[in-house]
Write a protein that binds this ligand. Structure first.
Ligand code: F0G
Length: 458
């Protein structure tokens, strides 16, 4: 059969409140055309993020009831630790309340002024936590990763020559090498097993540990199985174990590939680093057997880790985004290709060439998706990256809009609806207008900036 069905039935539902065009126009004005200001009840299809938005399974909810809330030594912790170590056999597994807490702990220890942390591409919170210590976050993505048209199968790979060069010239400044799988900031593109092994070899040759930001490890493993020579016949859990076998540690947000609504961890092999991390954890998160989570959260993660490596699920998961991507391409909507694991990234600058970058084509598209269809997506472009520390602006490299797909939440008819809204956008695109910023904070402006549409607005 060519139809890949959702490999689950639905037991509990959340109603979607239907809104009208007039209502959405009024709401846009109320939130000053910033979609982060919307109440989620006013959104019909919420594609703002795939983080923490997964539908939990019946087994996960059952496990929640088993949660043991003891302050120290809870059996929920040991079930969590065993589930992590079955896939990622690190000596120390340190729970945190989400991914960025693991990053903050790690870089408070190994970061600092003058340090350089290379990666394929750091996610914003990783970059933020590195820079907050005075260190430099350096992206060394392969050239294909910068080309939205390139069909290279592993556009998330790190450039091993650049990594070698960095370590040859500046090893003393580099405490560790990082790799983000899949590469969220680069379009959800995967990293090949060969590249993970290559990065480990280069790092280890210079005496440096390799840490993996494993947020979307299962999607990455599925891409390895589908695209990497000699990997097709292997099981996803075996591929996952191989990905982490060459690493010395990892950071993780369980809000992605663990089907949990909250949670994360820092895992590593180095005993001294683990002692320092646990001491820091006690200060900022909690005792090492709960780390800022409830016992019930640890249980949900343990079950989620077991479910996420299911190949039927991963086939459906990746196909969902490909399906939307293929239909958008057929409509002539430019997207980042190949489609990533967790999201479709639309190239708004090319879709709306009459809107210059400093009139925010990505924001214009995101606003149009909400206005016409009640869909909420996220601008990843000049609004997010264009404000310089001195208060001036520049165009970001690209003006993208990310349609991030929550896990096990929306069905194929929701996907068809998203495509239909794009049909309408393509039909009316010449009439879409840019925006100007009426007020903004000094940093991270995308969350709270207030916009005004340029056409006929005050
Ligand atoms: N690393 C990557 C690759 C991520 O995508 C995220 C979160 C984090 C780290 C931080 O994890 O949110 O649990 O603290 N990404 C979300 C997103 C926010 O929408 O892409 P967290």
């Amino acid at each position: 059969m060519k139809t890949i069905i959702e490999p689950f039935r639905i037991k509990a539902v959340e109603p979607i409140r239907m809104t009208t065009l007039q209502e959405r126009r009024r709401l846009l004005e109320t939130v000053s055309w910033n979609l982060f200001g919307l109440a989620s009840e006013d959104v019909m299809i919420d594609l703002l993020t795939d983080s923490g938005t997964s539908a939990m399974s019946a087994e996960q909810w059952a496990a929640v009831m088993r949660g043991d809330e003891s302050y120290a030594g809870s059996p929920s912790f040991y079930r969590f630790e065993a589930a992590v170590r079955e896939l990622m056999p690190f000596r120390h597994v340190i729970p945190t309340h989400q991914g960025r807490a693991a990053e903050a702990i790690l870089f408070s220890i190994v970061g600092g002024p003058g340090r350089i942390i290379p990666s394929n591409t750091h996610f914003d919170t990783t970059r933020g936590n590195i820079e907050a210590t005075g260190a430099t976050a350096l992206d060394l993505l392969v050239a294909a990763g910068h080309d939205p048209e390139s069909l290279h199968p592993f556009k998330g790979n790190i450039d091993l020559d650049l990594l070698e060069e960095l370590l040859r010239t500046s090893a003393a400044q580099v405490p560790l090498v990082m790799l983000t799988v899949t590469n969220n900031a680069g379009g959800g593109q995967p990293v090949s097993l060969a590249n993970i092994r290559g990065a480990a070899t280069v790092a280890h040759r210079h005496g440096k540990p390799l840490f993996i930001d494993g947020c979307r490890f299962a999607e990455n493993a599925w891409f390895i199985k589908c695209r990497e020579p000699d990997q097709a016949g292997r099981s996803v859990p075996d591929i996952v174990r191989d990905m982490f076998a060459v690493a010395d540690g990892m950071t993780m947000s369980a809000k992605k590939d663990a089907f949990a609504n909250i949670g994360g961890w820092l895992a590593l092999n180095d005993d001294a680093l683990a002692v320092a991390a646990r001491n820091r954890l006690i200060l900022t998160e909690g005792f090492p057997t709960y780390g800022g989570l409830a016992g019930r959260d640890l249980e949900a993660i343990a079950v989620g880790l077991h479910e996420i490596i299911d190949e039927q699920y991963l086939r459906y998961r990746v196909r969902t985004n490909e399906y939307i991507g293929e239909k958008l391409v057929a409509l002539g909507v430019p997207i980042v290709r190949p489609v990533g694991g967790h999201a479709v990234f639309v190239d708004a600058r090319r879709l709306l060439p009459h809107i210059p970058p400093l009139q925010y084509p990505g924001q214009a598209l995101a606003v149009a998706l909400y206005e016409l269809g009640g869909i909420r997506a996220c601008e990843i472009g000049t609004v997010m990256f264009g404000l310089k520390p001195d208060g001036t602006e520049r165009a970001a490299d690209m003006d993208l809009v990310r349609l991030a797909m929550p896990r096990r939440v929306y069905t194929q008819s929701h996907a068809d609806y998203v495509v239909e809204v794009f049909e309408e956008i393509v039909r009316t695109r010449a009439s879409l207008q840019g925006l100007r910023i009426a007020s903004q904070p000094a940093r991270l402006r995308h969350f709270t900036a207030r916009f005004r549409p340029l056409a006929g607005a005050s």
